[in-house]
Design a protein around this ligand. Structure first.
Ligand code: TXA
Ligand code: MG
Length: 327
């Protein structure tokens, strides 16, 4: 386990993480911080290493992975960028946006990463450690969220250790993730730009740059476009009840905003995502709150209503999947 203090550049100048970059080149699985959630990273050009990701997560093999690179130039070696893709990359990279693009001929990314599709998902993360690792290893890094498949995504290194501690070679701890929900995924591989997964970048911000509407992919378990699109996902052990205006006996309360339900005192445990009603703060606290309330032992977590705009779209998406009947 490696601790990195992002407030100084010492981790960079000291070469602290050079052994981790070397391990990635040799096919290791590494838990890595990004600005969205912690990732389970491996060399995206190494099929065997990527098979290890699926095995460690217990992930259904039809779910393709995102490849992380250090720059737009690196991304262009793997994906075909049109004018729209370039505009989005210029506006939002590095950051919480993943682009699904036609695959570049000659890209060395493994078919295991694309799950055999002729498109691929690319992201330049804003997290300096992840970008440094991609650059230092000279490899695109495949990285899904570092949790067991279907469970709550990790926003701290301790979350990663709890789910995958015995299945990874290295874990880098750079503190809690600033954004706290996964990247927004936009496909530019079809006729019309399509939102495959709401996430840390709001739909409104993307539409403003594209100057056209984003289609929305429907949840379809038979042919998931993106695994975040599986109906039951992000599931805590407890059941989840949405749009709660009151607390039932035995429930834990996931609150939002300054006004708790009148009977909040009944709750087994409480966690407020943002007392001021700030959606970015709520997104950053979401998975931590779910994990904490799950540990309270409550049979059900009830959730106060959360607005649907901005980052509220991603928060409500994750909560609906956490509340969905389990398969
Ligand atoms: O914020 C994030 O995106 C995090 C951090 C670690 O970067 N990663 C993440 O990866 O959430 P993952 O593997 O949990 O989600 C990858 C998503 C899935 O929904 C997958 O189906 C979709 O990307 N995806 C990957 N390649 C695709 C493709 N070619 N076409 C459509 N969807 C694709
Ligand atoms: Mg995930």
């Amino acid at each position: 386990r490696w601790s990195v203090d992002l407030k100084s550049t010492a981790w960079r100048t000291s070469g602290l993480l050079a052994p981790v970059a070397e391990a990635l080149r040799a096919g290791a699985l590494v838990g890595v911080p990004t600005e969205t959630v912690y990732g389970l990273a491996a060399d995206a050009t190494n099929g065997q290493a990527c098979a290890g990701i699926y095995a460690a997560k217990g992930r259904p093999s039809f779910n393709p992975l995102i490849s992380h690179v250090e720059s737009l130039a690196a991304a262009e070696r793997h994906g075909v960028f049109d004018a729209r893709a370039r505009a989005l990359a210029a506006a939002f990279w590095p950051g919480p946006l993943t682009l699904v693009l036609p695959r570049q001929q000659g890209s060395a990314i493994s078919d295991l990463v694309t799950a055999g599709l002729d498109t691929l998902a690319l992201r330049v993360p804003n997290a300096p450690v992840m970008r440094w690792l991609a650059e230092a290893s000279g490899r695109p890094l495949a990285a899904p969220s570092a949790n067991l498949s279907g469970r709550i995504s990790p926003t701290t290194a301790d979350d990663v250790a709890a789910d995958l501690g015995d299945r990874i070679q290295h874990l880098i701890d750079a503190g809690p993730c600033a954004i706290g929900v996964e990247s927004t995924i936009v496909s530019l591989a079809g006729q019309r730009p399509t939102l495959l997964r709401p996430g840390g970048l709001s739909r409104e911000a993307i539409v403003a740059v594209l100057g056209e509407d984003l289609m929305t992919a429907d949840s379809d378990d038979a042919a998931p476009l993106a695994p975040g699109m599986l109906t039951s996902h992000y599931a805590p052990g407890a059941t989840v009840r949405l749009e709660a205006r009151g607390v039932l006996p035995g429930e834990a309360l996931l609150g939002f905003g300054p006004v708790p339900p009148a009977d909040a005192g009944l709750a087994v445990a409480c966690f407020n995502l943002s007392e001021s009603g700030d959606l970015a703060e709520a997104a950053a606290n979401l998975f931590t709150g779910l994990r904490r309330l799950d540990r309270s032992g409550a049979a059900c977590i009830c959730v106060q209503p959360i607005p649907a705009h901005g980052l509220g779209e991603a928060i409500n998406d994750r909560l609906r999947r956490a509340a969905a009947p389990r398969g």
